[in-house]
Structures are given as C-alpha cells and as structure tokens.
Design a protein around this ligand. Sequence first.
Ligand code: WT7
Length: 636
Amino acid sequence: MTHSIEIKNFDDYLRVYAFSLENNEQFWSEVANTRISWRKTWDQVSQCDYHTGKISWYLGAELNVAENCVDRHIQAGRGNKKALIWVGNEVGEEKIYTYQQVYEEVCRVAHALESLGIKKGDRVGIYLPNIPELAFSMLACARIGAIHSVIFGGFSAHSIQSRMNDCGAKLIITSNGVYRGDKWIDLKSNVDEALTSGCPTIEKVLVVPHRSQPKWELQPLDLNWNEVVKPFTPHIAPSHSSEDPLFILYTSGSTGKPKGVLHTMGGYIVYTSYSHQLVFQPQEKDVYFCTADLGWITGHSYLLYGPLANGVTTVMYEGVPQHPTPSRLWEITDQHSVNIFYTAPTAIRILASLGDAPVVKTSRKSLRTLGTVGEPINPEAWRWYSSVVGEDRCPIVDTWWQTETGGILISPLSGITPTQPGSATLPLPGIEPKIFTEAGKTLEGEGQGALVIARSWPGQMRGVYGDSEKFFDTYLKQYPEHYFTGDGAKRDAANYYWILGRMDDVIKISGHRLGTAEIESACIIHSDVVESAAIGVHDDLTGESLHLFVVLKSNVAKTPEISKGLIQLIRKEVGALATPKKIHFVPGLPKTRSGKIMRRILKKLAVREFNDLGDTSTLAEPGVVELIKQAVMGEN
Ligand code: WT7
C-alpha cells in the first residue's frame, strides 16, 4: 500500500509525522525514492544499533551524490537554469553558473584530482574562502568518492595541521587569501606554516589564485589550480555505495581536541534534500540565499548539497553582513530577487542594533521565507527579523540541528507550522525527540531537561573519524538507546520545543562552536600560566562571549603584555574565533574535591553576580571564591 507523505498543511504534517514513526522504514523508503536517483536500490532500509553505535541506511544501494546534485537536473531539462550565484566581497562582483556550467566545472576538477593521484577513499583537505572553487572541489570529491574535509578560513595553522594529520589528508586545496570586509586573511601562509610544522601525509598543495594580489610564495609542494584544472571534458560519474564516506567535518566537543564527524553518501543526501524541501518549501523558480560559509555544516547541508539536490538556485556570498554597509544582505536580496533567506541569530542581532534604516531603504519584496540557525534566537531579535526584514509577511523558520545531525531535526515548516518567537516548534517527520530529567527519566508533556533523540535518521553522523569508540561514548552512552544532543530544551503544553542551549562545556560565539578544553590547552602553553578556565558569558550581540580565568605562576605579576601574549597564543593555536573578550587574572580556580572546575561559579563571578553563587559546599577550597571575587572587583 502506498501512503502519501506529501505535506501541504498542518493536518498533513500531523498525519505524516504519526505515519513516519509507526511505519518508519516505509516512510524513509518513500522519502529516498522520491528525492534521490539511485543507480541501485537498497536491500534493507536501515540497520541502526544504539547499543553499539553502528548506523547504516539504505544498505546495498548505490548512487553518485554529485550526479544527484548536478547531472540529473541537466537530464531533466534544467541545464540552463542558474545553479550557483556567487557574490564577491566587493559590491558588483559576481559570477553566475548554470547547472550545465557547474557540471563542466565539477568534471574539470574531478579530472584534476584524478590526475594528482586522488582515488576513492582518499582524504582531501580544503581550506578555501567562500568561492565557487570551494563548491566545485567538494562536488568533485563527492563525484570520485574522495572524502573532503573542509576547514573554515577562520581557523589557524595549528588547527589545519591537527585536522590534516587526524584524517591523513593526501592533498590540500587552498588559495592565496581572501578579503572578508576590509580584512585580508592570508590563507596560504597558514597552510605553509602548518606544513612546516609537519603534515607528513600531504603530498601536494593545490592553490587557487583567487585575488591577483598579493602574490604567494611558491613552496615545493605547490601546484597552481589554473595549470592543473584543464579545459572541460566529460567525466563519467562512478557508482558509490550508500554507506561510503562523503565527508569529515571537525567540530568542538566538551573534551579534548575537535572531533572528525563522519557523514556518508546515501543517508546524508536523502536527509539534506528532504529537510531542505520540507522546511523551506522552495519552488521551481525560487532563488535561495544561505549566508553561511561552506566551511560549516550549514554551508555543507543548506548552501550546497540540499539546495543543489533539489535543483534550486543557490546564492553564495564571500563577504560579511556589514560590508561595505549594513544594507549589503538586503541589496544582494534585491539584486537577485531572493525568495528564501537563511542566516544566524548573531547576524540578525548585529543588524538590528544598527537600526531599521539600512533595511527599510531596500525593497525585499521578493522575500517569502526567513530562516535562522546556530544558536537560540531571542524573541526580540525574532520579532525584528519578522517585522522589519520580513514586513510581517514571511514565516520565520527557527531551525535546530547540529554538525552531528547532518540536517535540521526540529523546525517549523515554512507557511505550514504556526510559529512562536523563540521556539524551534516541532520535529520533522521521522524524528522522535525526548526530554530526560536530571534523574534520568523521560518526561511526558510539559517540562525541561536534556534533549535526546530516540531513534536514528538517515542524516545522522556515522562515527568519529579514526576513533571507533568515540561516537558511542560521546553520544549514546549517557542515555541508553538514545542519542544525546548536548542541548537542554523545554517542551510546552502545545508540545513545542524551546532550545535552551548547551549543557556541556561547549561555547557558542556568534553561532560558532568552541570547546573549553581546546582553549585551555592553548593557554597552558604560555610559560607564565599555571592553569586556566574558559567559560561562555551571555552577550547581547554574539550570544556568548569568551572569558578566561587565568592563574599565573606565583612569581609572575599580571601585565598587559601577558594578556596580549595569551590572546595571540590562542589565536595561533585555535583561530581568531577564539579571541577572549575578557581575561581575569585570579589566584586560584574553584574546583571540586575530584579536581573538576566548577564553571557554574565562574560564570556568576565573571558577571559580578556575587550574591547568587548557588551551592558551593562541594568545593575543595571554598575560600578561593572570595579571592576570585576580590580579583574581579579590582578589575577596571
Ligand atoms: C549547536 C550545534 C546546525 C548548524 C549550525 C550549528 C545550537 C543550532 C539552533 C537553534 C538553538 C541552536 C545548539 C546545537 N543550535 N541551531 N535553532 N536554536 N540552538 O551547528 O556548530 O554543530 O552547533 O548549535 O546548541 O547543539 P553546530
């Protein structure tokens, strides 16, 4: 019996949602059949075991992800349709590629990769600005079955080195550099520095000459993109297995260094295509603009793979929201008649703080749907987005998900789900969220606690690259038979979800994810530092900002030089994203008897909430709190 999974209104949503949980395999089989073209169909829809952490979808099936994102749209007569609109940092700079042209570019890069000896399963590091060559490189890897690992341009030489060594990349693709607003970022020197410090698996560096100036210095492993990427000849897309790896993307957790989150081909493309269609409801002639950088999962899933799998016209922007003026995003919107716009709460808050004038001077009449992602959006920012940007006629989709989930799990469906400012509303079909109390019980109805997901979905991560235990230990162990998200959430009487933020030691600055452990291990390299604690403190614009509590050696006095040195060190080890907003020099840190830093207390002390420190009875040395308080009060 076939059952329609089409969703046109809220009643359909409720019906399909119930069906998706009752007939889970049938549901995911219909989704996969309707959205993706397969070379060979599956023998089994899924085999997922939360006791062992072994997750597989569409077993035995074969496909080519790049063919699904590009070639099949040409076969369907969309060859002349715009696929990618690239907008550069400077006003007036743009490049437009039809599906036919994207196909030709991807074929060129696929041949180039093969000519460099890159084979299926090889890892390719990509450290490029948000430029078309980045999209083509990712799709070319997907086409030949090489595993890409994109590193956001804001990360440092040290981060490149540790990621490339972790995944054993053979090739790194980079460019001489990029302007983000007025700031020049010298990507090439970061790669050179990483290689000098030691990336033994890298055989070649492929350099895209993005801006003619400044010229880069040719290193022994360097190859010029323009010489390696030859004129177009067709490239035959091979078949890959559904569970072949598609990419690795590093993300911060609460402990240790960033983890390589692994996604595989079939399930990922099914889920990104389905969720993109359902949440944003793109129509054939729509132009869709996601402001993310391809270096993040939002860029992977909803700038590139999801929209292109759906044959949508996708806009890619190289620059920053306020360059050269705060009207820029709305000018791009008008210029290209954008219908669907997707950005982060931080960008909305920063633009809102600059007033309505830069917005209302633009038309924005093409806009139909507005999305947000990356951190909780406060109701005031939501309302400003809805009323000023969207003139109260565009539904807001507040999309909750993670690098690990591959795609959106909880979100309104545009124009279908009634919204509430600040709520991500309801789960997508096939997704079964639950809330656990502190005592480890599932909570029915209203209440708040740890947000978990009760069963697998095709877009779920398959593992942590190179560490078979880590996936289970990090995500599946804490709440047996459930995937733990790391987030806290509240469920209201209408069953709507309100995401409360991270429950672990992960900090979100402007929606970017950082782990306290990686920042603290950078600090400790400083020869004057005994120990340190990194915490996230509420910030009206960036959501959270980074505060550091630092204990110096007893014979060392705090000086502005030490602060400067620490900031430089962290930027060098982690990246510019991790720049501390405030460094508090303190005589000690509040620790439990087992030596765990009580960040909860530091969070209060950082904002001078001295009277409300909560339970301090488990502290090994309660006296330290008073000393920290005095140090904080003595700051100017
Ligand atoms: C964490 C995941 C998902 C792509 C970008 C971030 C927070 C994400 C929302 C939202 C409240 C959100 C969560 C989550 N988060 N979206 N709509 N409302 N919080 O991916 O870097 O892997 O971060 O971002 O805390 O766990 P990520």
